[in-house]
Design a binder for this molecule. Structure first.
Ligand SMILES: [Zn+2]
Length: 156
């Protein structure tokens, strides 16, 4: 079952840059071999015959990994991964924001509200105050953090 979600409200756009990362893995140590970087459970590489050993394997990652930040933001926010190091962070708080007059969480309940330029400004302000600590942590982890107001559609 795939749910189609339309989010309307303030959110964080966080961008990180591509970086080379490495992890330890039992693999063919010949870096030009096609099996280098694949986990091998045998003593010698079946392709090139090089001894299989524990070694560092490089892979492409991003400077900030959202799954590592989930605990950092204390579950008060959740994310959706976009393309090329761009992640979207939303409020995970179900409490009604008094200033905005509604919750920023995409819940099961239907919410009706008028969308006005004034409301957008007020909600961005309220969102930034509500999540000041989390936004600061995201700013430390990512290269670029922006608070926007908009409409986002995604599947989960
Ligand atoms: Zn090999």
């Amino acid at each position: 079952m795939v749910d189609h979600i339309t989010y309307v409200g303030p959110y964080v756009v966080a961008k990180s840059r591509p970086v080379k990362k490495s992890k330890d893995m039992e693999t063919c140590t010949n870096t030009s071999c096609e099996r280098h970087g694949t986990h091998l459970g045998c003593a010698y590489c079946p392709v090139c015959g090089t001894k299989v050993e524990m070694g560092k394997v490089e892979f492409d990652g991003y400077s900030a990994e959202p799954f590592e930040l989930h605990e950092v933001v204390d579950q008060k926010m959740y994310y959706q991964t976009g393309e090329k190091g761009t992640d979207y962070w939303f409020s995970n708080l179900t409490t009604m924001d008094e200033r905005a007059g509604r919750s920023f969480n995409v819940g099961e309940e239907e919410q009706y509200f008028p969308v006005t330029p004034k409301m957008m400004k007020e909600e961005i302000k309220a969102f930034m105050e509500l999540h000041a600590d989390e936004i600061e942590k995201l700013r430390q982890a990512y290269d670029k953090v922006e608070i926007l107001w908009g409409v986002l559609a995604y599947w989960r």
